[in-house]
Design a binder for this molecule. Structure first.
Ligand SMILES: [Zn+2]
Length: 69
């Protein structure tokens, strides 16, 4: 596995809810580049690794988990 892909894996591994997300694009070395990511709700959207690290999440389910009831 390329070091670039390891970085994306690491970003997910460092987040408590990282297991709910899957990157659909390849990382090209720029942490601010928007990449396609898929949430467990099956909604996919564009997010940069830095935005994910800053806590940005699936924007149609911003309260996924918070507001389940
Ligand atoms: Zn969602």
């Amino acid at each position: 596995m390329a070091a670039e892909q390891d970085y994306l894996t690491e970003v997910l591994a460092q987040a408590a809810d990282g297991h709910e997300y899957q990157w659909l694009d390849e990382y090209h070395g720029n942490p601010n580049e928007l990449l396609k990511i898929k949430h467990q709700c099956c909604f996919s959207f564009n997010l940069s690794p830095n935005q994910f690290k800053a806590g940005k999440r699936c924007y149609i389910h911003q309260r996924c988990g918070d507001d389940a009831n």
